[in-house]
Design a protein around this ligand. Structure first.
Ligand SMILES: Cc1cc2nc3c(=O)[nH]c(=O)nc-3n(C[C@H](O)[C@H](O)[C@H](O)COP(=O)(O)OP(=O)(O)OC[C@H]3O[C@@H](n4cnc5c(N)ncnc54)[C@H](O)[C@@H]3O)c2cc1C
Length: 518
């Protein structure tokens, strides 16, 4: 007999296998000897009441059943198999490669940035040189945009694919097993690089290829097919191309435009990053009962509607820091990251406002499909110019933003390059600031002190892609160039590490199907 069971526990209750069997036996009113094995398949903390509780879903097996072991992937050698070219070694590109290998095809990845170890050096240099390297930074390089992040793995895109396949793969490559059952699983910046390196080693061991500092800079198209790509100005013939270049590679969108490859502008969300002391967030979320021995630093997820416009928190990083995540030297963009323990002093989160195409009509009329990208550019450049053209970021205490006055003394914060006091009401378009101010007031009504205690730093603009590269819903082939597979976040079909990885797997599945048929 295999049975699934829900139990609610105190946070201090032990979670070893013997205890799980005891909880199950008690709930089922049977003798504990009847239960051979028990394992957690879902774990969440319910902090709505004054005393937080742990909710578990447990799978139990009696003596007649064997516990089902998680199977690690085994790869056949694909070094002599048909090559499929991939641009970008982010979650989408890497997971497309893994699935192609499973399907007996040979992935060849070209990545503009460096391998994850050398990338770390360039990231350290951002703080030393006070500037980003446009080819190797928080967005570009092995592992893609999420390589130095909080590594949150939860996604709403359950229907799009097999999340467990992605999580199980991450565990095979060194992630903690708890990501398989934690409802809000995360990995952390300190652990992600080792996992990414292990994925690369497996791809190469199986006969796949990954080339770093190898940038796609042109395409050769004949009769609605890409017949070759140019990597660092060298022409390489290809049969099928997965384009998984993320949402920050503006030059790739210009390349598509140059070749009249169809894509469209898509809605985005833009705003600021807020930061509070983690202690304050713990206090509010756990009603003053935070116990670090048993509870993770608290998170939050906030959403409100202001005049039919969504204002919401995005990519919350408990115990984390705010980082400069720009990719070009005329931009200023921030994002957040945390280490696995999430034990830093501050908690940050994007607070963003949905921006629809009709909000930026003048951009769409003037620039068409590039309209949202250029609107995003304009905001990033405005922030850069106002902060004296370096990485020092505009900042404002939230209460001053809400009451429209410049802060005289900014709160301490985690953003290492430093901040300058500016009024965000003058930096962002009015339709964004109006919604942000009202949204923050509504958050404050539910989250006491949210306005009083926090600071905003900006701009937060890279919440998803400003563009969708149109593909067929069934085949995932581009609607016009039939050997092009737009993939992952930059193509407009995913948002976040897990959903981008899922999209990579799905693209590889479609290619494998096509190869089998033809
Ligand atoms: C600081 C930060 C923190 C984040 N935190 C989280 C989080 O906690 N959880 C979460 O789910 N998501 C997070 N995200 C978002 C997440 O990282 C992305 O959604 C995800 O990485 C998208 O995957 P992707 O493979 O589609 O694209 P990307 O990860 O952007 O990868 C694209 C790759 O393509 C390469 N590339 C671009 N142009 C070219 C070219 N011309 N030639 C060759 N290579 C090229 C880039 O260098 C890059 O490595 C974070 C993002 C950032 C920046």
């Amino acid at each position: 007999m295999i049975k699934e069971l829900q139990v609610a526990l105190q946070i201090e209750d032990p979670l070893n296998e013997d205890s799980l069997k005891q909880y199950a036996a008690k709930a089922l009113k049977i003798d504990v000897s009847k239960i051979d094995n028990a394992k957690i398949i879902k774990k969440s903390v319910d902090a709505r009441q004054k005393i937080p509780k742990v909710n578990l879903t447990i799978l139990i097996y009696d003596n007649s059943e064997k516990i089902e072991e998680r199977k690690s992937l085994k790869f056949e050698d694909v070094s002599d198999s048909k090559p499929i070219h991939i641009i970008g070694a982010g979650p989408a590109g890497l997971f497309a490669a893994i699935r192609l290998i499973e399907k007996g095809l040979k992935p060849i990845i070209f990545e503009r940035g460096k391998d994850v170890s050398n990338r770390k050096i360039d990231i350290a240099n951002i703080y030393k040189n006070k500037e980003v390297d446009p080819e190797s930074n928080y967005c570009f390089g092995e592992g893609g945009a999420g390589a130095f992040s909080d590594g949150k793995l939860y996604t709403r895109s359950n229907k799009r694919g097999d999340i467990n396949y992605i999580l199980s793969n991450l565990v095979d490559n060194g992630a903690d097993e708890n990501i398989l059952y934690e409802s809000h699983a995360h990995i952390g910046s300190d652990k992600l690089p080792t996992i990414i390196k292990s994925i690369r080693e497996k791809i190469i061991e199986a006969g796949g290829e990954i080339h770093f500092e190898s940038k796609l800079d042109d395409l050769f198209i004949e009769a609605e097919r890409i017949i070759a790509i140019s990597i660092n100005k060298t022409r390489i013939p290809i049969d099928k191309l997965i384009l998984a270049t993320g949402h920050s590679a503006n030059d790739v969108y210009y390349l598509l435009e140059k070749h009249k490859i169809q894509f469209e502008a898509k809605p985005l969300a833009i705003g600021v990053r807020v930061e509070h002391l983690q202690e304050y967030i713990n206090d509010v979320r756990y009603h003053g009962n935070y116990n670090p021995q048993y509870l993770e630093p608290a998170t939050y997820s906030l959403v409100e509607q202001v005049d039919n416009r969504a204002v919401f928190s995005f990519c919350m990083c408990p115990g984390g820091s705010i980082i400069p995540s720009l990719t070009e030297t005329d931009q200023l963009v921030v994002n957040g990251m945390s280490n696995s323990k999430r034990n830093g002093e501050y908690a940050n989160s994007g607070i963003v406002v949905s921006v629809n195409l009709d909000d930026i009509q003048s951009y769409i009329e003037k620039y068409g499909q590039m309209g949202m990208l250029l609107f995003r550019d304009k905001i990033e450049q405005t922030f850069r110019e106002h902060a004296n053209n370096n990485l020092i970021a505009p900042a404002q205490n939230i209460k001053d933003f809400v009451y429209k006055k410049k802060s005289t003394k900014l709160y301490d914060n985690s953003y290492i390059p430093g901040v300058i006091s500016l009024d965000f009401n003058e930096l962002l378009p009015e339709f964004i600031t109006n919604a942000l101010r009202e949204g923050l007031k509504l958050f404050n009504a539910k989250f006491n002190g949210f306005i009083e205690e926090g600071i905003i730093i900006g701009a937060e603009t890279r919440t998803s892609s400003p563009i969708r590269i149109n593909r067929d819903n069934d085949t995932f082939q581009h609607v016009q160039i039939n050997n092009l597979y737009p993939c992952g976040e930059g193509a407009g079909y995913a948002g976040g590490i897990t959903s981008s990885a899922i999209d990579g797997v799905n693209c590889a599945n479609k290619i494998s199907l096509k190869e089998t048929i033809s």
